[in-house]
Structures are given as C-alpha cells and as structure tokens.
Design a protein around this ligand. Structure first.
Ligand code: SF4
Ligand code: SF4
Length: 100
C-alpha cells in the first residue's frame, strides 16, 4: 500500500461531513488557480482539487501544462498522476491504468 492508498483508507470510516471538511481544507491549498491550464470559467465556478474531486465538468479543455507536482497537496496525499482536471482524479486514473 502506498501513501495515497493509506490516506484514502484513513477516510473510509469517517462520515461524509468529515470528508467534506478535509476536502475544503485541501481546496484552500490547491494551486490550480495559478496553473496555465486553469480558466476563467473554472474560477467562476469555484472548480479546484481535481485530484480528489475529479475532472473539470466543462471549464478546462485546453492543455497548457500542469503544475500539480509542485502543489503541497500532491506531496501530502502521495499523488502520482497529473492533468486531473482533464483526465480525472488520482483514483480514476489509477483505476483506468488497471484496465490496461
Ligand atoms: S495536486 Fe493539483 S488538483 Fe490537486 S490540489 Fe494540488 S494543484 Fe489542485
Ligand atoms: S489539475 Fe493540473 S492541469 Fe489542471 S488546473 Fe490543476 S494544476 Fe493545472
């Protein structure tokens, strides 16, 4: 089990309210708004924390690079992928890789 799997396992027994609080805290540290791929649409809709919440619903469709590996959340959660706003969350991308 790697660091990310350990973090996700810690969240399994907690209530959804506690999960939302954890997400809100992480959202505050997310550096997506300073990424070149981030858009005005994403800003207006408060989109962030794509690594956990999943890909942008409709606001980010142009790949101008990804700064996720420089984010404090990336290290804290033991993430290993990137381009979350365009490819889906860490969980989604790991699951997809398992299909290959
Ligand atoms: S790793 Fe990327 S998507 Fe996740 S919080 Fe940091 S900048 Fe946002
Ligand atoms: S997930 Fe990566 S590519 Fe998307 S906005 Fe955040 S830092 Fe940029």
């Amino acid at each position: 089990m790697d660091a990310f799997e350990g973090k996700m396992k810690e969240l399994l027994p907690v209530s959804k309210e506690v999960r939302w609080e954890a997400c809100d805290r992480a959202k505050g540290a997310c550096i997506c708004p300073s990424c070149p791929s981030y858009s005005i649409c994403a800003q207006g809709n408060g989109e962030a924390l794509f690594c956990i919440l999943g890909m942008s619903f409709r606001c980010i469709r142009k790949d101008r690079g990804c700064t996720c590996p420089q984010c404090p959340v990336y290290l804290e959660l033991g993430l290993s992928k990137k381009d979350y706003c365009m490819k889906g969350s860490e969980k989604d991308q790991r699951w997809e890789k398992g299909l290959l």
